[in-house]
Design a protein around this ligand. Structure first.
Ligand SMILES: *Cc1c(COP(=O)(O)O)cnc(C)c1O
Length: 355
């Protein structure tokens, strides 16, 4: 029987994942049969995970990357769930709440449901950034966590992280930054988002998005060990005494691939990728604006524009994988696999459809 083929990335404009770097593929395959969930047995991959955390902490400007706490999660969802869980476990109140902007990823809704915490959703301003006045009004003594997004899923916006961090800490809450997608882009921009820009407690940063690692490789980082300690449970049948991860057995391929991608690409390869992607996003934004569409100025390499449904459907019909924001705008994520040539072909198809 013929082997089924995965989709080609040629027309994928909707995904926050991308083609893994060849080194990530190779390392992932080599470490397929390892389980970092059992570090006393699989010690080689356990050391690789320490290296992954150190590299991620370097990207996120942790003051002492070798001492950062964290682990390679199954993705941004697990990292966000764990950040909420950690903050809940560390808070004195029995009924805690978490303040999340409406631009926050839906994983926070999963977290709230799983952990039985109240989610307080606050509005964004006219440029899709969290309104700090709304956060100030929403926090109280039962707020365990304030979430800021650094590279929002729909519009690629960066919240005012230093200001949100001050509000969180003044209220006795912890501060979490969700940089699942933006974390590998922001080091090359002037945005304030990192451990160095603010007294952020925890941060999500996913190698399997702009980091060009293979799925599954997300990342949870913490400023200090206490955040991870608050997640640890005893592990009676393993040689190690406790486990802070949400999953038990997990993929050594994800860990090894993440390290391989970061060692190959940090910092120059990522800087080049961000430069190319940003150039492409600006090019597409201009091409759409030229054709009369209302474009939301890209800040990170993600383009959103008001777009009529028949044109959207016609583009999907000819094979373009495109997606929409909750308000129905076209959303194109300029990931590393999205070339200028692909975008030219996309716009040419759009012109044909409009003719
Ligand atoms: C993609 C994304 C997530 C979820 O990550 P998964 O790896 O899909 O679980 C969370 N937050 C943001 C901002 C994201 O872009």
């Amino acid at each position: 029987m013929q082997q089924p083929e995965p989709q080609s990335f040629d027309r994928v404009l909707s995904s926050m994942c991308t083609e893994p770097h060849p080194a990530a593929r190779e390392a992932g395959e080599r470490f397929l049969a390892t389980n970092p969930g059992d570090p006393a047995t699989y010690d080689a991959v356990a050391s690789l995970e320490e290296r992954a955390v150190e590299l991620l902490a370097t990207l996120a400007d942790h003051p002492t990357p070798t001492e950062a706490s964290g682990y390679v999660t199954s993705g941004g969802t697990e990292a966000n769930v764990q950040a909420v869980r950690s903050a809940r476990n560390r808070h004195d109140a029995s009924d805690v709440n978490v303040v999340v902007p409406e631009s926050g990823h839906f994983s926070f809704h999963k977290a709230a449901g799983l952990l039985d915490v109240e989610l307080r959703t606050v509005p964004v301003d006219g440029d899709y950034r969290t309104r700090t006045d709304a956060v100030s009004a929403a926090v109280d003594e039962s707020t365990a966590l304030v979430v800021g997004v650094a590279g929002s899923t729909e519009y690629g916006r960066v919240d005012p992280i230093p200001e949100l961090t001050r509000i969180a800490h003044d209220a006795g809450a912890r501060m979490h930054v969700d940089a699942a997608w933006g974390g590998f882009i922001l080091p090359f921009t002037g945005h304030e988002w990192s451990f160095d820009d603010a007294a952020v407690d925890t941060l999500t940063i996913d190698p399997h998005k702009f980091g060009q690692a293979a799925v599954p490789a997300g990342g949870l980082l913490a400023r200090d060990a206490a955040a991870l300690d608050a997640l640890a449970v005893d592990t009676p049948y393993l040689e190690t005494r406790s486990q802070a991860t949400l999953t038990g057995t997990r993929s050594g391929a994800g860990v090894a691939g993440a390290v391989a991608a970061m060692e190959a690409l940090w910092p120059d390869g990522y800087r080049d990728a961000v430069k190319r992607a940003s150039g492409n996003a600006d090019w597409l934004a201009a091409a759409l604006a030229d054709r009369g569409y209302d474009v939301i100025e890209p800040e990170l390499p993600l383009v959103a524009a008001s777009f009529p449904e028949p044109e959207f459907d016609a583009l999907r019909e000819v094979g373009w994988k495109i997606s929409r924001t909750a308000s129905g705008e076209l959303r194109v994520v300029c990931m590393p696999h999205v070339t200028r040539g692909a975008l030219r072909a996309f716009v040419a198809d759009l012109d044909r459809i409009r003719a």
